[in-house]
Design a protein around this ligand. Structure first.
Ligand code: GDP
Ligand code: MG
Length: 441
């Protein structure tokens, strides 16, 4: 993709902003890359619309090639659509046993994934896990789970012939409770294709066992079929997440994007092989890189990202040099802090900032707090961000409700902003010229 885009942008380097026409041309290449990666057409269309909107009018940063800049925008968009940088953790909050229900078509990898998950919960989360097979139609399937259990040293519910899936579920719940297991994994029966009896059975098991996690296991190699399956299951079951198996054979990862976009469910794990330890926590960045079809795309994006950060930092420093610092600037600053994992960047460009830095560290600026402050600022109107004085009591209440915080959190943020603004003014009064010169350096 990089080479193609470089071709598109060779002609336009040096202009002020990415124009609609340039972006449209670039997006044609992105579209081909996505289709080649087996992303479903409607998903491709939505994504292109979304990325186009983001890219159009973006200021061209001189130190970054426009092609790299577009790749970064596309990559960031893919990461976002795949669920963001932070993996969604599995939920273990329940009165024990926390039930995990594994659903999916036959051969999708439910039994294997049950064992992989059991191993992970035992090893990583230090949980006491029991597995039970509800596959009443195939005795061999029950035996398969028991064998895997012995292999990884995880208990399985003793097999009793002639019970229904719901009866086994009840017995498993009771056994797990009595024997003090933290987690119970229910491995359900599958059919070759979607059918109503199967759906009704799984839905009943879900109603009886009230799982904390209902995971759909789907074979990523089946592409568009997997997407249809996910949709059908999601209509019948309160799914909480997806596990995509055979990711080891899925070169491009397009089905993953489609599944996520169509169901809106987080992808929690990827099956990466037949072995019991071949289960990866889903990483949106890795998959986004794969979809764009480049091994080194992440390095490239990081480099572009650094240069963009630098350019933004310089722009802000110029603004600060004029003594301007509104809430949009604070938001940009918070974003920067979060991404750079510290208070380097802009702050580092300014003199006399060490004190402010220490102050912020003292007041406990951590990622969660930064996210909360960002939520507050993004709940304000444009005018309020430019002129925080507009925020009277009723506006503050509105913003607090929008950001899911208390009014006092807003007051704290505004106070912090005022202090920073004062500091900026003080610095510029003393050495405005110096600052301006620094900003250019
Ligand atoms: P179930 O019918 O849904 O329970 O599927 P199984 O767990 O029995 O898996 C069917 C086949 O797929 C088995 O041969 C597994 O070894 C294989 N399998 C499951 N997950 C993966 C995976 O992530 N990668 C690969 N390569 N094979 C897998
Ligand atoms: Mg099975």
């Amino acid at each position: 993709l990089n080479e193609r885009l470089t071709g598109v942008f060779d002609r336009i380097t040096g202009r002020g902003a990415l124009s609609e026409k340039d972006v449209a041309e670039a997006m044609r290449e992105v579209r081909v890359a996505l289709l080649e990666a087996d992303v479903a057409l409607p998903v491709v269309k939505d994504f292109i619309a979304f990325a186009t909107e983001r890219a159009t009018g973006e200021e061209v940063i001189r130190s970054v090639k426009p092609a790299d800049q577009v790749i970064k925008i596309v990559y960031d968009g893919l990461v976002e659509m795949l669920g963001g940088e932070e993996p969604v953790p599995i939920n273990l909050n329940a009165n024990p046993p926390a039930v995990f229900l594994m659903a999916g078509l036959q051969g999708s990898g439910k039994t294997t994934t049950s064992a992989k998950l059991a191993l992970r919960l035992t090893k990583v989360e230090k949980k006491k896990v029991m597995m039970a097979s509800l596959d009443t139609r195939r005795p061999a399937a029950m035996e398969q789970l028991a064998t895997l259990g012995r292999q990884i040293d995880v208990a399985t519910l003793p097999i009793v012939q002639g019970e229904s899936a719901v009866q086994i579920t009840r017995r498993a719940l009771q056994a797990a409770k009595l024997q003090g297991f933290d987690v119970l994994i229910l491995d359900t029966a599958g059919r070759i294709t979607l059918d109503e009896a199967l759906m009704a059975e799984v839905a009943e098991v879900a109603a009886v066992s009230r799982p904390v996690e209902t995971l759909l296991v789907a074979d990523s190699l089946t592409g568009q079929d997997a997407v249809r399956t996910a949709k059908a299951f999601h209509e019948r079951l309160p799914l909480t997440g997806l596990v995509l198996t055979r990711a080891d054979g899925d070169g491009r990862g397009g089905a993953m994007l489609s599944m996520r976009a169509v169901t809106g469910l987080p992808i929690k794990f990827l099956g990466a092989g037949e072995k019991v330890d071949a289960l990866d926590v889903f990483d949106a960045r890795r998959v986004a890189g794969r979809i764009l079809g480049q091994g080194d795309i992440v390095a490239l994006v990081e480099k572009a990202s650094q240069e963009l950060d630098q350019a933004k930092a310089e722009k802000m420093a110029r603004k600060l040099a004029k003594g301007q610092f509104d809430l949009d600037d604070l938001a940009a600053q918070l974003d920067q802090m979060k991404r750079m994992g510290g208070l380097q960047g802009i702050m580092g460009l300014l003199p006399g900032v060490a004190k402010m830095k220490a102050q912020m560290a003292e007041t406990g600026v951590d990622d969660r707090m930064i996210s909360r402050q960002q939520a507050i600022i993004s709940s304000m109107t444009k005018a309020e961000r430019k002129k925080p004085d507009l925020l009277n009591a009723s506006r503050k209440r509105r913003v607090a409700a929008g950001a899911g915080v208390e009014v006092q959190d807003i007051n704290r943020l505004l106070k912090q902003h005022r202090q920073m603004q004062d500091a900026v003014k003080m610095m510029t009064r003393g050495g405005g010229k110096n600052l301006a010169r620094m900003a250019q350096a």
